[in-house]
Ligand binder design. Structure first.
Ligand SMILES: C[S@@+](CC[C@H](N)C(=O)[O-])C[C@H]1O[C@@H](n2cnc3c(N)ncnc32)[C@H](O)[C@@H]1O
Length: 322
């Protein structure tokens, strides 16, 4: 599946790319936003992070075809150069942004972007991530194999209240539905371990008591599968904790008048970003350039949503550091 960049122009236009600039793309993916940045960046540095080596390798190949040459390749870093720009490809979690930039000799930057989530072409590579693929797949869900805990570990090991909080915070499953879901997880594990996609689907079916053959209910079933699987993915990969850390670290890294743009796709991500923006607005440390009335974000146009259905839940937050 080809990944289509969301809010491509809007995100890149939120950056000031005139003159010599240092810009970071925290989530390289298929490289759509980074390529757009390179079209306008006259001179300077572009640093791209991605946990996926495939994404890094793929972008390296694209750049060499476009006239960049590899200057250095070591551990998790590839350095490329053309006659105007240096590109650093960093195969690391963006949570380590400050340390990784110091390693390449950069202490401050002019622009930062993050387009959260995972590329569509990457999702199929991670075991147990989707209810739609192999029901026999192990519930792993780790994007970074150095992480110690899998989704199966969480389902088998968390206590009642931790499970409940996870489904509430990351899947918006509240009240009776939350209690039923937690109850079914606990009763399943009394008889054996929860290891496969099939096990989790069965737990969800039991807890939501779906009736077979009802079309309306069928949609609800899919939505529920997807929310519960998403909750586990977020928990396994510490996505929201990492995002909070990212917002704080990037603010420190930005030069005065530097800008940051973040694209979110679900309410949990918004909950990590909005308090950061609000508290810095109050301190007059930033100006939120995506603010429209009471909302702090802009959405994709109707045309973009028609062309790319994945963009329908996207929100773009941009700010300038004062
Ligand atoms: C939605 S895609 C980005 C798409 C990209 N903007 C484009 O235009 O092609 C998100 C990418 O961020 C990466 N990613 C997600 N969380 C990450 C993290 N904590 N650290 C590093 N990379 C991460 C994923 O591996 C994925 O490739």
């Amino acid at each position: 599946m080809i990944h289509k960049s969301v809010l491509l122009k809007q995100l890149v236009e939120s950056l000031d790319l005139s003159g010599t600039k240092t810009v970071v793309d925290c989530t390289l993916g298929a490289g759509g936003h980074s390529q757009e940045i390179l079209k306008s960046l006259k001179s300077g540095n572009l640093i791209c992070f991605d946990l996926s080596f495939k994404a890094i390798d793929n972008f390296c190949k694209i750049l060499t075809k476009e006239g960049f040459s590899v200057q250095e390749e070591k551990d998790s870093l590839i350095v490329l150069k053309n006659n105007k720009v240096n590109v650093y490809l960093v195969n690391k979690n963006f949570v380590a942004i400050k340390d990784e930039l110091v390693k390449i000799g950069i202490n401050s930057v002019d622009g930062i972007i993050a387009d959260l989530g995972w590329s569509s072409d990457e999702l199929i590579d991670i075991e147990g991530l989707s209810y739609e693929t192999d029901v026999e797949a192990f519930l792993d869900m780790r994007f970074d194999k150095d992480l110690g805990v899998t989704a199966a570990d969480l389902l088998n090991g968390l206590g009642r209240s931790e499970l409940s909080k996870m489904f509430e915070r990351y899947a918006d499953v509240y009240g009776k539905s939350n209690q039923n879901l937690v109850g079914e997880v606990i009763s399943f594990r009394k008889k054996g371990s929860i290891n496969k996609v099939r096990d989790l689907k069965l737990i969800i079916d039991r807890s939501f008591k779906f009736k077979q053959g009802n079309r309306f209910q069928k949609n609800e079933v899919y939505k529920t599968y997807s929310r519960v699987f998403q909750a586990l993915r977020i928990a396994v990969n510490a996505e929201l904790t990492n995002l909070t850390t990212l917002m704080e670290s990037t603010f420190e890294l930005l030069n005065e008048k530097g800008t940051m743009g973040v694209i979110t796709f679900h309410s949990g991500e918004d909950k990590a970003i909005v308090p950061f923006l609000q508290s810095n607005l109050e301190k007059q440390a930033i100006d939120v350039t995506s603010k429209r009335g009471d909302e702090l974000f802009v959405r994709p146009s109707v045309e973009e949503i028609k062309e790319n259905i994945r963009s329908r839940s996207a929100k773009l937050y941009t700010y300038i550091k004062l």
